[in-house]
Write a protein that binds this ligand. Structure first.
Ligand SMILES: [Zn+2]
Length: 260
């Protein structure tokens, strides 16, 4: 298939709704995959998260949704206007996880951890992991991916955090090497505050023209929700095209690390 035309609708039929089958299938064939695409959805906006999960399910895929530990609590202080939409709570996160999606931590209260003293940043990360351990079924910090709010890490935090989690996501190049057992630092790019469709398309094109790689692209809400939204029909078409490409695996970050 011509890479330039990956977003054109293919003649692919109705995708399987069987999540476990697709995952099993994916695992057995992962060694044949040269490109991994992870759209890493932050902030846990309720309506967008539900819609994102439904679109992924159309293709038997697992979405990667990163949520703030306390954003659903009544007195949550919004960090900026891009958090004004209602967010999901752990009832929803457990339900989406049960349906095969990946729910990962995105901070205790969406603070910029780079801009605070190391001890305070560490404390917020530990509190975040404690909330997840208490409220998200089966959550194990050592298997989790911590997604830095604002993708803002510091050298000190990057050195300490692997003692607590499997990996972390921060700012950097969008295209990572394919994961291996030593992969700890995941880097991503993002775009906003306006619509991200074309920027995302250019990053996917870049990935597909490379011999191999793992694109980690930090997304937020759908349509008109959140910072840097993605059109839901664009996401739908993109997943349709990507699942039709033999070299590509569309995976959440934690799953990509587990399957290596
Ligand atoms: Zn965020």
């Amino acid at each position: 298939m011509n890479r330039r035309h990956f977003v054109k609708r293919s003649g692919m039929g109705i995708a399987s709704l069987s999540l476990p089958f697709r995952f099993t299938n994916c695992k057995s064939q992962l060694s044949e995959k040269r490109h991994i695409v992870t759209l890493s959805f932050d902030d846990g906006i309720k309506e967008s998260s539900v819609k994102t999960a439904e679109i992924y399910e159309k293709y038997g895929l697992s979405a990667c949704i990163n949520v703030i530990a306390t954003a659903h609590i009544k007195n949550f202080e919004m960090p900026n206007e891009y958090h004004k939409w209602p967010v999901g709570d752990f009832g929803l996160w457990n339900e989406l996880q049960q349906r095969g999606h990946e729910i990962m931590p995105h901070g205790y209260r969406h603070a910029n951890l780079r801009k605070m003293p190391f001890e305070k940043a560490k404390d917020l990360i530990m509190r975040c992991l404690d909330v997840f351990s208490g409220k998200l079924k089966g959550f194990e910090p050592q298997r989790s991916v911590f997604n830095f709010p604002y993708n803002a890490s510091s050298p000190e935090l990057e050195e300490w955090l692997p003692s607590q989690v499997r990996a972390f996501r921060t700012s950097g190049k969008a295209i990572n090497p394919l994961p291996n057992e030593y992969t700890i630092k995941l880097t991503c790019s993002s775009f906003g505050p306006g619509n991200i469709d074309q920027d995302l398309k250019s990053k996917v094109d870049e990935l597909l023209s490379a011999p191999s790689g793992w694109l980690i692209y930090n997304t937020h809400g759908l349509d008109d929700e959140g910072w840097g939204p993605l059109r839901s029909d664009f996401l739908d078409n993109l997943l349709k095209e990507l699942t039709d490409l033999e070299s590509v695996a569309v995976l959440p970050a934690g799953k990509a690390l587990q399957l290596i």
